[in-house]
Design a protein around this ligand. Structure first.
Ligand SMILES: NC(=O)c1ccc[n+]([C@@H]2O[C@H](COP(=O)([O-])OP(=O)(O)OC[C@H]3O[C@@H](n4cnc5c(N)ncnc54)[C@H](O)[C@@H]3O)[C@@H](O)[C@H]2O)c1
Length: 283
């Protein structure tokens, strides 16, 4: 299957992320089946899509209704049969995700590609619940989905190159830019972002500065759009804690200076000023 062949898209879970994914997929012209076990969550999800479309300057008022009508909602997983690609965005629990993937594997066509929006769980472990691990891939959207420009494509141990290519093509078709990560804890973004947030919280707790000054320091000192404490609030402290606990369990103490950092300094590769650090520069 080529990205252009993806017509019908399934989204499992109609919460914060699922409703956003349904919105951007429908805006890009896909027919979307949005499934959730909870009827009230589906209603909230559709409300969120409608208000999201109303806020989207690229979608005119007449068009918003057409886009909205491309999304059908259901509590029955069987309705996902006949989709070309499914993105799972249910709660961040391995047992629940594996149940969902087991069901999707049974009811979807053989060619259907199954994506997961997991932030911290292993794609390989989720894929192990299916008989099609080569067609399982991480398609990690960022929150809020309609606003954030990037999607992280995560390659599981058995993910086939065609599946990875399809995930990139699908996300690009939604107007996103993609990057790729191996199936290692936290992938790229959360692996780097969570210690940053965690250290901001520690700095506050240890009296380094006020909350406002820590956030201002990181905003003004690094040009980040938000400081660590405000970003933690934005993500949800429970979500941040869960992600950090997972990383801690998997990776242990990440705060010692990285070996590669020391090696590069010893080699004199100091960054832009020497023409070479992690990248190369023409001075
Ligand atoms: N919120 C974020 O900032 C963010 C960012 C990136 C990735 N994620 C990931 O996206 C996924 C969803 O997160 P969220 O914030 O949208 O969660 P959420 O709690 O807002 O929504 C989850 C939805 O899944 C539904 N659900 C639960 N079990 C289900 C099942 N068996 N079948 C169908 N639906 C089921 C729930 O009813 C709920 O509506 C998680 O894996 C999370 O790690 C979240």
């Amino acid at each position: 299957m080529e990205p252009a062949d993806i017509q019908r898209v399934g989204v499992v879970g109609a919460g914060t992320m699922g409703s956003g994914i349904a919105q951007v997929a429908a805006t890009a012209g896909h027919d979307v089946v949005l499934q959730d076990v909870d009827r009230a969550a589906l209603e909230r999800g559709v409300d969120s899509v409608e208000s999201g479309l109303a806020r989207d300057d690229d979608v005119g008022p007449g068009e918003a209704e057409t886009v909205r009508d491309r999304i059908s909602t259901t509590t029955e997983m069987e309705q996902l049969a006949g989709t070309d690609l499914v993105v799972e965005a249910v709660v961040e629990r391995l047992d629940i995700k594996q149940d969902v993937f087991d069901s999707l594997d049974r009811l979807c066509d053989d060619e259907t590609v199954l994506g997961t929006n997991t932030s911290t769980l292993s794609i390989t472990t989720i894929a192990a619940a299916t008989e099609r691990p080569s067609q399982v891939v991480g398609v990690h959207f960022m929150n809020p989905v309609p606003v954030m420009p990037g999607v992280e494509v995560v390659v599981g141990e058995h993910t086939a190159p065609e599946t990875t290519g399809l995930a990139h093509g699908f996300a690009e078709g939604l107007g996103k830019t993609t990057w790729e990560s191996a199936d290692k804890p936290g992938f790229v973004v959360n692996r780097v972002l969570m210690p940053w947030i965690n250290e901001g919280i520690r700095a506050y707790d240890e009296g380094v500065a006020s909350k406002a000054d820590i956030d201002a320091g990181l905003r003004l000192g690094t040009n980040a759009p938000m400081g660590p404490l405000e970003l933690a609030d934005h993500i949800g402290l429970d979500v941040a804690l869960h992600a950090t606990e997972t990383l801690h369990e998997e990776l242990g103490d990440r705060y010692r200076p990285a070996y590669l950092l020391k090696r590069k300094v010893e080699a004199g590769d100091l960054g832009k000023k020497t023409g070479r650090g992690f990248y190369e520069y023409e001075n």
